[in-house]
Design a protein around this ligand. Structure first.
Ligand code: TQI
Ligand code: CA
Ligand code: ZN
Ligand code: ZN
Length: 172
């Protein structure tokens, strides 16, 4: 079963269009065009289940949600921890912050199960989960759900389960 993010935050019902920016932050080996494509696909999965829509903004000043890669202690009291452990975190909806650990071996193209690194993490899978938090979902007790709080490294999991869909439709 799905749950709501602690405190039950959500974007106002009047706000159907959310804008996100991919900020120039810590270095990643993934090029900008690939990042745009992966995040667009991740947002589209939630847009398909709701009446929300998402567009990429050119700058953070112009966006509701800011996505960035950060290494170690990056000033929000939730330091990243190097490979694995915490992969990313999102704070919803206040501030719309979505941070990814720059120390992960992110895989943005191709089959993560065939990645050369034993600790490879599929970027789109993590993005779909964190967007769920950005929209106000907490964790699910359903192992097949995107919002289930465990993912195995070198695994791709990007399709919303019916539990995720019922949860998000109860919010929007
Ligand atoms: N990051 C945690 C997460 O997004 C952060 C977190 C811990 C959290 N406790 C929370 C967020 C309570 C909201 C409410 O769940 S993570 C997964 C998963 C992480 C974990 O880096 O551990 C994914 C990021 F679910 F697979 F374990 C992405 Cl997909
Ligand atoms: Ca980490
Ligand atoms: Zn952070
Ligand atoms: Zn989570």
């Amino acid at each position: 079963l799905y749950s709501y993010f602690p405190g039950g935050p959500r974007w106002p019902r009047s706000k159907r269009s959310l804008r996100y920016a991919i900020a120039q932050t810590a270095a990643t080996p993934i090029d900008r065009a690939t990042l745009s494509r992966v995040f667009a696909r991740a947002f589209a999965r939630w847009a398909a289940a709701t009446t929300l829509n998402f567009t990429e903004a050119a700058s953070a000043e112009d966006a509701d949600i800011t996505i960035g890669f950060h290494a170690g202690d990056h000033g929000d009291g939730e330091a990243f921890d190097g490979p694995l452990g915490t992969l990313a975190h999102a704070f919803s909806p206040a501030g719309g912050r979505f941070h990814l650990d720059a120390a992960e071996s992110w895989v943005a193209t191709g089959d993560v199960s065939r990645a050369s690194s034993a600790v490879a993490v599929d970027l789109e899978s993590v993005a779909v989960h964190e967007i769920g938090h950005l929209l106000g979902l907490g964790h699910s007790s359903e192992p097949g759900a995107i919002m289930f709080p465990t993912i195995t490294s070198r695994t791709r999991k990007v399709d919303l389960a019916s539990d995720d869909v019922v949860g998000i439709q109860s919010l929007y």
